[in-house]
Write a protein that binds this ligand. Sequence first.
Ligand code: ADP
Length: 244
Amino acid sequence: MSATPVAQPSSALLALNAVSKRYNVGLPNEAEVLHGVSFNIARGELVALIGPSGSGKSTLLNILGLLERATSGSYRIEGQEMVGVDDEALTLRRRTTLGFVFQFHHLLPAFTALENVTLPALMREGRVTSRQRDKARAMLDAVGLGQAMGKRPGELSGGMQQRVAIARAMVLEPPLVLADEPTGNLDTASSDEVFALMRRMHTELNTSFLVVTHDPRLAARCDRVLELVDGRLVRDQVTVAGRA
Ligand code: ADP
């Protein structure tokens, strides 16, 4: 059991300091894939993470999402250190603070849109209250799927499925949503629609987003761009959209 983490005063929602990641530690194929990455994300920022394939974006996203552990450095969420805390604390933090949207929506095919959106409440509390079901309905309304709540993912278009995934990521109103290529498998029109939705949710709920993307158009529409090359942060820049 590790020591109880001590909350540190910090205005950043998320603060990464000199985070490194090594895979296969102690083995002949040991490799460091993130080398001392540092940045902060404040409440309500919409940030793009770009970089070539193999630059470490997924590894970084997994560390930020508390799905993988940093090898060294410090990662604080709302001032609480995450490096070195036990699995239970990480799971609790993940469920209270983070929402996830993936390229392939990961909706459960046998469940309706509404049931999929109530899943985070089920996982966090072991049951779904009528209040939470109402909240899930309101969230599906907000993403324009009020008429499709009873449909299963296979009956929805790719863009609609991704909107369900966004509703699911946001239903518990996490302060931070991590999105991994959320428009990666969509055509331009659906991709624009999904991005516009994320922007609206970001504005209305003051949710912070970190969006991994290969799409320069999408990155330019975020407020800030972080760029990774070979496991190093080579750019941290406010965009024209971010200055507006
Ligand atoms: P990106 O998402 O930018 O494509 P990744 O984070 O997937 O980059 O990968 C960064 C580097 O880390 C790559 O060289 C990849 O081969 C390596 N890598 C990723 N995951 C593992 C793992 N589980 N074990 C060993 N090496 C890994």
